[in-house]
Design a protein around this ligand. Structure first.
Ligand SMILES: Cc1cc2nc3c(=O)[nH]c(=O)nc-3n(C[C@H](O)[C@H](O)[C@H](O)COP(=O)(O)OP(=O)(O)OC[C@H]3O[C@@H](n4cnc5c(N)ncnc54)[C@H](O)[C@@H]3O)c2cc1C
Length: 285
């Protein structure tokens, strides 16, 4: 179904385009357009410009710095950002753990983490998968034992994208070894600088570092850094996975890539036609 744009849609588009023209460096646009890597500083600078305008977290409620836009407006904004080759903001923070903190966090956790995410002052990675727990995630065995007002965490996470540059990891850990497996899990927010965390690279077939394995060796984490109730982490994890599924569908980004492929194909066709016109006939006889 194709909806015709309303006057408000057209005005919104003009406002976003004016913002992009004023604030987005054409050199950055060129890199995004051509699928070249964007460094963290460039991504953070752009996120901070969006945050100053109040547009960094379209999906968050207004009271936490979101926009309060309708789904339609959010989709339009996303399509415009991608169409103009703006860098994406960090999904782990804005689309995954941010909404989870909004839903399950304490007052203190919201006041501490949400402004840091909004202003690109913290970056995250996701500690869900383990060597023995992938599709069957609830069988995870990374263990967190209560020691006073801390947990002592031991185990490892695998396929952890971006762990080498993240400040924090949100991790599922087992806090009850005896309960049914989904009922013994808690959700922790852990600084990557904690003593006892080690990050080892994992490389894809093309030699690129795509993932990591993250090892926890007697890592002490305050119990106040748990998101949601103890042993109720599975509920938090499932909510987050729902947001993750929406994010990884990447409708607007895939539209951008498809339109880029169309443009490139048109250019190749034009060049080929020109080359044929200018080549001696005998070559095609
Ligand atoms: C690009 C990329 C980035 C990722 N980043 C992260 C990250 O940042 N953090 C994180 O925690 N995880 C990450 N993952 C891990 C991912 O989300 C999955 O959890 C993980 O890939 C699945 O686990 P596994 O690789 O152990 O596969 P397995 O669980 O071993 O599954 C292998 C295959 O067997 C099939 N299978 C499994 N069980 C059954 C069954 N009972 N019956 C029939 N078929 C079955 C599966 O469908 C699959 O095809 C990432 C994965 C990819 C590809």
């Amino acid at each position: 179904m194709r909806l015709s744009p309303t006057q408000a849609d057209i005005e919104f588009e003009q406002m976003v385009e004016a913002f992009v023209a004023e604030h987005l460096d054409p050199a950055v646009q060129h890199r995004v357009e051509n699928s070249m890597a964007i460094d963290k500083k460039t991504q953070d600078d752009w996120t901070q410009k969006l945050a100053a305008k109040g547009w960094a977290a379209p999906n968050w409620p207004v009271e936490y710095g979101g926009t309060g836009w309708s789904m339609r407006r959010r989709h339009q904004f996303e399509v415009l950002m991608r169409r103009h080759h703006a860098p994406e903001t960090q999904g782990f923070g804005f689309n995954m753990v941010g909404p989870a903190i909004i839903q399950y966090g304490s007052k203190e956790q919201k006041a501490y983490y949400l402004p840091l995410i909004l202003n690109a002052q913290i970056s995250w990675c996701q500690g869900y998968s383990e060597p023995g727990a992938g599709s069957d995630l609830a069988s995870l065995t990374t263990r967190a034992e209560v020691v006073g007002d801390h947990y002592r965490v031991n185990g490892s996470k695998i396929w952890t994208s971006g762990a080498e540059r993240a400040d924090h990891i949100f991790a599922l850990v087992r806090t009850d070894m005896t309960a049914k497996k989904q009922l013994g899990i808690s959700f922790l927010l852990i600084p990557m600088s904690s003593m006892g965390i080690r990050v080892a690279p994992l490389y894809a077939f093309n030699g690129k570092r795509l993932w990591n394995q993250v090892f926890f060796d007697d890592v002490m984490v305050p119990r106040a850094s748990r998101l949601g109730a103890e042993n109720q982490g599975w509920t938090v994890a499932k909510t987050l996975l729902g947001d993750e599924r929406l994010m990884v569908s990447r409708v607007a980004e895939n539209k951008r890539i498809l339109s880029r492929v169309q443009t490139l194909l048109k250019t190749v066709r034009l060049k080929t036609a020109r080359w044929r016109r200018n080549s001696p006939k005998s070559r095609f006889a």
